[in-house]
Design a protein around this ligand. Sequence first.
Ligand SMILES: Cc1ncc(COP(=O)(O)O)c(C=O)c1O
Length: 390
Amino acid sequence: MSLSRRAFVRRLGINRASSFNGGYITARGREAMVAEMAPGAFNESLLLPPEGDEIRISSNENPVGPGPAAFEALVEALDEGAGRYPTNARPGIGDLISTIASKWGAERQHITIGTGSGEILENATKAFTGPNRALVTADPSYLQTVGVALQWGYPVKTVPLDANLRLDLTALASAAKGTGMVFMCNPNNPSSTVVGASDVEAFVAEVRRVSPETYILIDEAYADYVTDPNFQTAIPLALRTPNVFVARTFSKAYGMAGLRLGYAVGHADTIGILSRWTHVFNTNNFSNTAAVASLNDPDNLAQEVARNTEARDYTRKFFTDAGYESADSQTNFLFVNLERPASEFRAACREHNVLVGRDFPPMEKTHCRISIGTMDEMRRATEVFKQVLA
Ligand SMILES: Cc1ncc(COP(=O)(O)O)c(C=O)c1O
């Protein structure tokens, strides 16, 4: 009796608990190197496979990977997904865009898809900044837009965070005048802090007043993890405001960093310009099908947020009790003032197979970014931290 591919996959017993483990899908440990490199730059260390037995809390990944519904959809997709173009498969790219649009009460022309939200950030920088249209960003913040601007030789204006490690919206708005695009990371990576909905709205209004031509990219990669009730997604604001758009990713709370899928939502005119920069077939049937299944499984998202919040609270309490302050994290990582260079702490933790975040200038002499792993990983990691900080 012939064995169909689907039956074959089932017989292999591929499920979340078996050999096809979440590590491949989440691509744990890679963001630290890839996401902030200049596009196209070659880094030999990327060719090395991860060692496997470390606690990798350096790249803000979801340690448990996609939920069961997404996983099941992926296994189903092994049947036909590899052979068909994404326009000729179900769910196809159109189904994905429609599912995202309906989640946000939007139409398809308000959405564009990226190979991770990183592609959205890169395309936005190419589309909306230029030799005479600077990029404005906080410092420190997520660097992918800066990487593109510098690679193309475009000016970059940076604005320090405020004393609470929050975005300084007043300074960002005044820096925006006459520029091409403001990059606003909310919650901000690496500081983990968030600005509330009314502040975002006032900021957007102010930028539109002082510099109506400037685009505003609001990166909400970590929005699903926010527990501060003052935060609300800026997507409805983006849908009704010209030049404003929001980037979202499936890499974080949806656990799909290795599948590479993100999107932007905004005014149709803005999305139309952004879409011109998109590579044809920039996503694949596996990422598309897992994303549709994930969006249709809000219970799994809620579980993931609860899991992260518990492990985040535990880890933050560990540092507070040990006398080290961290910003009020609204993400899946902490930014901790260890009162010593991050490089020292990182090297000492690595000796114990715990990988923590890279340097984040200008705060690398005091602060270290630590991603939140599973509760078990954080228990073991905090034992290591205790020894290293002693
Ligand atoms: C703030 C922020 N934006 C965007 C990204 C890009 O993520 P991806 O390309 O996996 O969607 C990251 C990745 O860590 C991030 O931290």
